[in-house]
Design a protein around this ligand. Structure first.
Ligand code: ATP
Ligand code: MG
Length: 371
């Protein structure tokens, strides 16, 4: 893989040929390591993992940000590039193999990549929205069309919630909810089925991995908890009875939804339950168990992407290894052995214990040395 960035945040003329296995970026704080990881990540077509807006891609004192990535997948060499101009930041120029694309999100699925940052270690104990976001990202990486269902759902939900308030204020009638209920049931049943299927698959990967990590002492179970359906197991037809049940649930919740001013049931309230030895990790897990559970979820995400697409994703580990003890560091590196890694750290000795590959030293937004 070859990478180039200039004017992206503090990055200045960063250009390197990556090692096919291990790439370590080290440098002091605020030198641009995370910015570099983020620029690579954006080539996957996903939004910034820090939530940066397009105009903030550009260096404070610059006019434009340019990023280019060349890599080869199973079929061919691929070249991805994007640039953002200060005078018109909304109009990004995105190209794939020289052909202009209308949106960054059209890059989705070309360059397969997974980011792993310290915040991800809070996945199992944090609020449910973090787990929903995780599931949605995982599913959208393997299922085209999922993102548009999510957008449709989001839109219908905010319209329905606004209508609920209008009804309470006497400006609308409950019948005005019908069209939003239909759209929510339509998108929501589809989202539920896909999330449930993914959760099942995730559980299948996480369980043996967690068992390895805990040396067989503990077992981990994972399942999707729907606020609409009692059970989704063995149910895949989102257009038939699931759709009807979803619609029914919204109808029966109307009165109290109007009173509360928001929609109480639906995929926006669902959660991914994680249990260790039969006990909820979120509520009762120790710190170590919570981190281990999150760790195996992220590693399983990578393995599932490989399993589903036949291509190993690139792993971006930003500052995450230094958060882990030595045995967990080894565990991570062993589990994703064979994948191309980009690792950032302040002190390279921690990750360098057994590994070969390239080390890049960063200072003030540039690579000052490589070995
Ligand atoms: N649009 C921008 N233009 C110029 N500099 C920016 C922009 N956005 C962020 N920066 C700066 O980039 C610098 C490097 O940030 P980055 O997060 O990449 O550091 P880092 O090397 O990962 O540090 P740490 O080890 O603390 O995680 C920060 O000092 C930040 O202020
Ligand atoms: Mg950083």
């Amino acid at each position: 893989m070859e990478f180039f960035a200039n004017g992206y945040k503090n990055l200045k003329d960063v250009s390197f040929l990556a090692d096919p296995k291990m790439n370590i970026f080290c440098g002091e704080n605020a030198q641009g390591k995370t910015n570099l990881m983020e620029a690579i990540w954006l080539c996957s077509g996903c939004r910034s993992f820090r939530g940066t807006k397009d105009k903030d891609f550009i260096a404070f004192d610059g006019d434009a940000a340019h990023v280019r990535l060349v890599f080869s997948d199973r079929q061919r060499n691929q070249e991805i590039s994007f640039s953002v101009q200060r005078d018109n930041p909304k109009d990004k120029r995105v190209t794939l193999n020289g052909v202009k694309l209308p949106l960054m999100s059209k890059l989705f699925g070309v360059f397969k990549c997974i980011s792993f940052i310290p915040d991800d270690l809070k996945l199992s104990k944090g609020a449910p929205d973090g787990r929903r976001l995780f599931l949605d990202l995982c599913v959208s990486q393997i299922k085209h069309g999922y993102v548009s269902a999510l957008n449709k759902y989001e839109n219908a939900l905010s319209q329905r919630n606004a209508t609920l308030k209008e009804i309470a204020a006497g400006r609308c009638s409950p019948d005005d909810l019908d069209m939003w209920d239909v759209q929510l049931a339509d998108a929501g049943s589809y989202i539920s089925v896909l999330r449930n299927a993914y959760a099942g698959k995730l559980g299948g990967f996480c369980a043996p991995m967690y068992s390895r990590l805990s040396k067989g002492k503990e077992n981990l179970k994972l399942y999707y908890r729907s606020t609409v359906f009692e059970s989704l197991d063995g149910r895949f037809d989102h257009k038939g009875e699931l759709y009807e049940e979803y619609l029914q649930k919204l109808k029966s919740g109307r009165e109290s939804d109007i009173r509360l001013g928001f929609t109480q049931s639906g995929t926006h309230r669902d959660d991914l339950e994680i249990e260790i030895n039969g006990i909820s990790v979120k509520d009762f897990g120790s710190q170590g168990q919570q981190r281990s559970a999150a760790l195996v979820m992220k590693l399983s995400q990578a393995k599932i992407l490989l399993d589903e697409t036949g291509e190993a994703p690139v792993m971006l580990l930003d500052d995450v290894l230094s958060e882990l003890d030595a045995s967990r560091q080894d565990f991570v590196l062993n589990e994703i052995d064979g994948m191309q890694l980009f690792v950032t750290c302040c002190d390279p000795t921690t990750v360098l214990r057994h590994r070969m590959g390239k080390v890049f030293y960063m200072r003030d937004g540039g690579i000052i040395a490589e070995r």
